[in-house]
Design a protein around this ligand. Structure first.
Ligand code: ADP
Length: 160
C-alpha cells in the first residue's frame, strides 16, 4: 500500500526549515501532501493561494509531493486522502510540548493515523515563519530563510 503522509501547517511563509523536513521525509514516504491549513478565523500575511503557489514552485519537479489546503480537523483530512502518517518538524522543547499534546489528541481521535516527527538540523532551529514574516514586513531581506525557488519580491503580503 502506498505510504502517504500529510505535512500540515500554516506555512506563512514556507521556509527552508519546512523544505528540509519535506525533502528528508521523501525517503520515508511514497507521497507527501503539503496541506495548508485554511482557517477562516486566523489572519494570515500571505493569502492561501499565494502560500500554495510558493510551495508549488519549490516542489515543481518532485512528483511525490502534492500541495493542497484543508479546513477542519487534520485527522479527517488524512482519512479523506488515505494518509496514515502525519508529518511534523521539531525544533525545540517548546515545539515538543506543543506537538506532543496535538499528536496525543489526534491519536485519541484517529488511532490509525501515526504522527511522525523529524528533528530539525541545528542550523534551522531558529527559523520560524513569524520571524521571517516580521523581517519581510519591516522591509528586510529574508531570502536566506526561504527556499531558493521562492522569490519573495514576486509576492505581496496583506497588512494584518
Ligand atoms: P503551524 O501553524 O501548524 O505550527 P507552521 O507552518 O508554523 O505550522 O509549521 C508546520 C510544521 O513545520 C510544524 O511541525 C513545525 O514545527 C515545523 N517547522 C516549522 N519551522 C521549522 C524548522 N525551522 N525546522 C523544522 N521544522 C519546522
Amino acid at each position: 500500500m502506498k505510504k502517504i503522509a500529510v505535512f500540515p501547517g500554516s506555512f506563512d511563509p514556507f521556509t527552508i526549515g519546512h523544505e528540509a523536513i519535506v525533502i528528508r521525509a521523501l525517503n520515508l514516504f511514497d507521497e507527501i501532501i503539503i496541506a495548508v491549513g485554511a482557517n477562516a478565523l486566523k489572519k494570515n500575511y500571505y493569502s492561501l493561494d499565494t502560500r500554495k503557489e510558493m510551495i508549488a514552485k519549490v516542489f515543481r519537479n518532485e512528483p511525490k509531493v502534492r500541495i493542497d489546503h484543508y479546513e477542519g480537523l487534520t485527522v479527517d483530512y488524512c482519512k479523506r486522502n488515505g494518509a496514515k502518517y502525519l508529518l511534523r518538524g521539531l525544533r525545540t522543547a517548546a515545539d515538543f510540548e506543543f506537538e506532543r499534546a496535538i499528536a496525543q489528541v489526534n491519536r485519541a481521535m484517529a488511532s490509525d493515523v501515526e504522527s511522525v516527527f523529524l528533528l530539525t538540523i541545528p542550523e534551522h532551529t531558529p527559523i520560524n515563519s513569524t520571524i521571517v514574516r516580521d523581517i519581510i514586513r519591516s522591509g528586510g531581506d529574508a531570502s536566506q530563510f526561504v527556499p531558493a525557488a521562492i522569490n519573495l519580491k514576486d509576492y505581496k503580503g496583506e497588512e494584518i
